[in-house]
Design a protein around this ligand. Structure first.
Ligand SMILES: C[S@@+](CC[C@H](N)C(=O)[O-])C[C@H]1O[C@@H](n2cnc3c(N)ncnc32)[C@H](O)[C@@H]1O
Length: 303
């Protein structure tokens, strides 16, 4: 068994030292999604959205073991998919030199992409990956690298394709992403995702959420919004900052307040932007209390 493993490393042009050196570079991008989280989220959407569609998993780098690939393969016929394309990143963090690869699954079987351009990295922003995105994909679905979230979101949103992806929970109050929520180009999916697997298959926590531009039906999380007259909001959940801007917490939302007020990310997960409120500025809002800076929020207003 040991001999076989050694041969495999040699075959891949690696020594144990190479692997250890690469492992040291593994950063917080190497969080793998738990299969149950994919099942829990994807089963919420109307089944018709998948029919005859080409699904593109463009950050799915564990050959035959990407939980996204597994989900779509397992449900290929039931969802009526036309094709599943997975591309695998072979960058500096490709621990075992699986290499940059692409796989195509149809109802007739599986094949690897036939020809790779010279220097293909498998990166979601490589020209070949972009060609698949623009010319073939209908729905993009993955958990992209956290360290490349800005570029990933820009590319996916500019492509105009449908998507369903996992990213960090602070995204809705982070400057680069606020305009997407403000312009209704993206909204929260149904579920939060808190636990991932490390390359050693150990559970590790990282607060994330699903984000999408696919229709959400009767969002169950509406029930967490506490929309009521300002006077009924408990004192401890409303305050005014140094510039007299109202700040509300714990998903309390005033329904008789005409001016902008500041909220954190949870009301956005719970669908406040679908309940007659809009984000009114495309950047973070930092409240100051007695000169002390609070954490970044967004300013919303009743439409
Ligand atoms: C958060 S992990 C998720 C992996 C897998 N999609 C899953 O859900 O289990 C993100 C993956 O993207 C890979 N990655 C890093 N940079 C990439 C790039 N430029 N293009 C595509 N994938 C990349 C990382 O190596 C990592 O395995």
């Amino acid at each position: 068994m040991k001999e076989k493993a050694k041969q495999t490393l040699e075959e891949r042009g690696l020594t144990r030292r190479d692997v250890l050196q690469k492992a040291q570079k593994v950063n917080n991008d190497e969080f793998y999604t738990c299969y149950e989280d994919i099942e829990k989220e994807l089963s919420m959407y109307d089944k018709n959205i998948w029919k005859n569609k080409v699904i593109f998993c463009n950050c799915d780098d564990r050959k035959n073991t990407s939980p996204f690939a597994l989900y779509f393969l397992k449900n290929f016929s039931e969802l009526g998919l036309q094709k599943l394309i997975c591309t695998h990143y072979g960058g500096s963090l490709d621990l075992f030199n699986q290499g940059a690869k692409g796989y195509i699954f149809t109802k007739d079987g599986f094949r690897e992409l036939k020809e790779y351009p010279k220097g293909y990295t498998g990166s979601f922003d490589h020209p070949l990956s972009l060609k698949i995105l623009h010319e073939e994909a209908d729905i993009v679905c993955t958990n992209p690298p956290f360290s490349r979230a800005n570029e990933y979101w820009r590319i996916i949103i500019e492509s105009g394709k449908k998507f369903l992806i996992i990213s960090g929970q602070t995204i809705p109050v982070t400057p680069a992403f606020i305009p997407y929520f403000q312009n209704n180009q993206v909204w929260a999916g149904y579920n939060r995702v808190d636990w991932f697997l490390t390359p050693k298959k150990e559970k590790t926590s990282n607060p994330c959420f699903w984000y999408t531009n696919i229709k959400i039906k009767n969002r169950p999380r509406y029930r967490y919004l506490k929309i009521m007259p300002l006077k009924d909001i408990p004192e401890k959940y409303k305050e005014y900052d140094d510039s007299k801007t109202l700040i509300v917490n714990n998903c309390y939302i005033p329904n008789d307040y005409k001016k902008p007020f500041a909220i954190a990310n949870h009301p956005i997960f719970n669908g406040i932007l679908e309940k007659g409120y809009k984000i009114i500025q495309d950047k973070q809002y930092f409240p100051y209390k007695n000169g002390k800076k609070g954490f970044g929020r967004v300013l919303v207003q009743k439409i």
